[in-house]
Write a protein that binds this ligand. Structure first.
Ligand code: ADP
Ligand code: NA
Length: 328
């Protein structure tokens, strides 16, 4: 089945956790089956916050390894680094910028938010971020873009750009449509909000954690605050117990039902319940960890080089067509 061209960016953010795996990486496995997918690591975008050059280089390699270990298949999709087709993307970005009203960019809520967060670094690239994103998509004539709610505004800007561009130069680009990603939100081990690497390191499970570390972190996880004694019945529900809530994502149905019963009648205590959760989590992180360990740097660079070739071919075709259409 092929529903058309899909483009999706992956931020080279560093260490990944179980929340990222469930919320972002697993989606890719489904998408690569259904679409002609282009997945790129958005290293140029990340320059708005001035990462250290060595960190950026390393983060790109690391995130590529993560996605390959998670099952991204470079034969089913095109997997490349944004800067490896910088000429085409940056050229298209310039053309698109000519039809993009500046006022709309300045009013964009994500721009305003970032400008507030980094008032000493309100750079030109930050304002133009949605235009660069439009170029990322349109360089392959992407029709579908998986986005979180917060990115819908950016996609709307891309659609505006397409309408204006096509009005001036003919029917060149399709209007890209959002695929709103499933809203799985893995809770933090601390019981406070979603799992996030901006919390302390023990409140999330890193996809690099070994079994021992997983056991240690889960042992400390926040559970049902009203259950004080082991012989007291617990509240095995998403709302009643954070540990049970975590079980619902990682533990298979049969075991989950057993836990629910045994917690309700106090035949299982929190220590044992957490130990089962650790095992469930390790059975997900473990295979990932092993697969990742087997990927050498040079394997990954080979994959990205192959992706670059495929992305080049697609993007150069589009750039030629665009130049012709605008009279260059
Ligand atoms: P963090 O909050 O750890 O910094 P990011 O903001 O870098 O995570 O998120 C990267 C991707 O992972 C996004 O697609 C986001 O929706 C997803 N994600 C992050 N945390 C979670 C979570 N706890 N549960 C599900 N998905 C998540
Ligand atoms: Na994405």
């Amino acid at each position: 089945m092929n529903r058309g061209i899909l483009v999706s960016g992956i931020r080279p953010t560093g260490e990944l956790h179980l929340g990222n795996y469930y919320g972002a990486m697993k989606n890719i496995l489904e998408l690569q089956e259904k679409y002609n997918s282009y997945f790129f690591i958005s290293d140029i975008h990340s320059l708005t916050t001035h990462p250290k050059p060595d960190d950026l280089t390393r983060n790109v390699l690391e995130i590529a390894k993560d996605y390959l270990a998670a099952g991204l298949d470079p034969n089913k999709s095109t997997f490349y680094v944004q800067s490896s087709i910088a000429e085409e993307i940056c050229e298209l970005h310039t053309y698109l910028s000519m039809v993009m009203p500046l006022g709309d960019l300045l009013r964009c809520p994500t721009f305003k938010e970032k400008a507030k967060k980094q008032p000493d670094n309100v750079n030109y690239g930050l304002v133009g971020y949605p235009v660069l994103m439009a170029a990322d998509i349109l360089i392959h004539k992407g029709k579908f873009v998986p986005v979180g709610e917060d990115q819908l505004v950016h996609l709307e800007i891309a659609r505006t750009i397409v309408r204006r561009f096509n009005q001036l130069y003919g029917d060149i680009f399709p209007e890209p449509r959002p695929i709103v990603e499933n809203a799985v939100r893995i809770p933090s081990l601390s019981g406070k909000g979603k799992m996030s690497k901006s919390d302390n390191a023990d409140s999330y499970i890193s996809m690099k954690d070994d079994n021992e570390t997983i056991q240690r972190k889960v042992k400390k996880a926040y559970s049902d605050p009203t259950r004080i004694y082991k012989h007291q019945a617990g509240n095995p529900s998403k709302e009643g117990c954070n540990v049970y809530h975590l079980h619902t994502y990682f533990t298979e149905k049969e075991t989950l039902e057993k836990i629910q019963l045994q917690c309700s009648n106090a035949t299982i205590g929190c220590v044992q319940c957490k130990s089962i959760l650790s095992d469930s989590i390790n059975s997900i992180v473990g295979p990932f960890r092993e697969k990742r360990k087997k990927l050498s740097d040079s394997d990954v660079y080979d994959v990205l080089e192959h992706g670059k070739m495929k992305a080049k071919e697609s993007s150069q075709k589009v750039i030629s067509e665009v130049r012709k259409a605008i009279g260059l």
